[in-house]
Write a protein that binds this ligand. Structure first.
Ligand code: NAP
Length: 339
């Protein structure tokens, strides 16, 4: 008998989530039926989109029901398989949610392939966040040599790859991050050309000084005050892949005045391309190209990434709450139990 532990949504948050919004439940892992696999979760990926799933506001994906397991992608070991594609001991990616074990249809899981890089990268730089950076930047941002590319949350899994790819494509990369340690990492380890601390009281002036030729691609991860600082600097024909708005997930930011007419007018006058996307729009056409192009560079250490690994499923709620205010430093993962 294997104990199954899972974290469910106890209540919907009003504003910043608290630990009361989560509840730990324990039961017994059922045996797999024909076509199913039984899984032990090794690593759980914590991602900002999960805040949206906690709310029942209309969105691109359905909310987690009250009492339902928190949604999430995991890296798992196959304990037992009644599916021809998997054997005991295989390492697979699965959407088990926040739990220690699961039984799922074998058709819903896939082998993890990281081209020789650490297996955890399958949830980070070589997984959904990395692919988001790659597809959003290449397909929507279309950086050209000499362009200035700006991205915030620049030390995280999405932003760190956006900046490194911008450099590979011959553009100038300007990162925005919170605090001296993250800023140093973005400039010195990731190799961005310039970095701005968004906690600076002079954010707009600092950004203008770092972008003397304006901004050609703004990869939008954050919204709020950063968007306000970026917007006046967008050049003619600038592209804005709208990837995320993490500053607004806990409470919509309202500047107290309606800037929408001014924004729409500038989109018209400067011929800006502002395009929202969710990474899976591009999965079928680009995911394997992404892995072939980026996997070997990660394995060779040419593309840098950083992980922030928290031990124990019980600590997932606190780690997730912290990520929404920037307490994580790198791709946030939970090592569900000791290997
Ligand atoms: N469209 C898609 O398909 C898709 C897929 C994946 C991710 N995303 C989005 O991409 C963005 C980055 O995701 P990630 O996984 O790479 O996250 P992450 O960087 O690991 O974590 C979120 C980061 O956001 C920053 N942040 C939070 N509140 C902020 C605020 N008020 N102002 C400025 N920065 C703030 C913090 O970094 P600092 O300490 O540096 O501020 C925090 O560490 C998120 O908006 C996410 O929702 C979208």
């Amino acid at each position: 008998m294997t104990a199954l532990r899972r974290i469910v949504l106890n209540s919907r948050p009003q504003g910043v989530p608290t630990s009361d919004n989560f509840r730990l439940e324990e039961s017994t892992l059922p045996e797999p039926n024909d076509g199913e696999v039984s899984l032990r979760v090794r690593y759980l990926s914590l991602d900002p989109y999960m805040r949206g799933r906690m709310s029942d506001a209309k969105s691109y994906a359905p909310p987690v029901p009250l009492g339902g397991v928190m949604a999430g992608e995991t890296l798992c070991e196959v304990l037992a398989s009644r599916h021809a594609g998997f054997s005991t001991g295989d390492t697979v990616l699965a959407a088990t949610g926040w739990c220690s074990h699961a039984v799922l249809s074998g058709d819903s899981v896939r082998h993890a392939d990281t081209h020789g890089a650490a297996i955890t990268t399958a949830l980070g730089v070589l997984g959904m966040p990395g692919f988001t950076a790659y597809s959003g930047l290449k397909i929507i941002g279309q950086p050209k040599a000499g362009d200035t590319v700006v991205v915030a949350a620049a030390s995280g899994p999405v932003g760190s790859l956006v900046g490194q790819l911008a450099k590979l494509y011959g553009a100038r990369a300007v990162g925005i991050a919170g605090g001296a340690d993250k800023c140093r990492y973005v400039k010195e380890t990731l190799g961005f050309d310039a970095v701005i601390d968004h906690r600076s009281p002079n954010l707009a002036a600092d950004l203008q000084a770092a972008c003397p030729k304006g901004i050609d691609v703004y990869f939008e991860n954050v919204g709020g005050a950063i968007w306000e600082a970026v917007f006046p600097l967008l050049n003619q024909y600038a592209r804005v892949p709208v990837c995320g708005l993490v500053a607004e997930y806990n409470a919509p930011v309202s500047a107290g005045h309606d800037r929408l007419p001014a924004v729409m007018s500038a989109i018209l006058r400067r011929s800006l391309q502002v395009r929202g996307f969710i990474n899976y729009e591009f999965t079928d056409d680009y995911f394997s190209t992404f892995q072939r192009e980026i996997g070997p560079r990660v394995a060779a250490g040419e593309i840098k990434y950083r992980e922030d690994i928290v031990d124990g499923l019980d600590n997932a709620p606190e780690a997730f709450i912290g990520m929404l205010s920037g307490r994580n430093f790198g791709k946030l993962l939970v090592r569900v139990e000791a290997d």
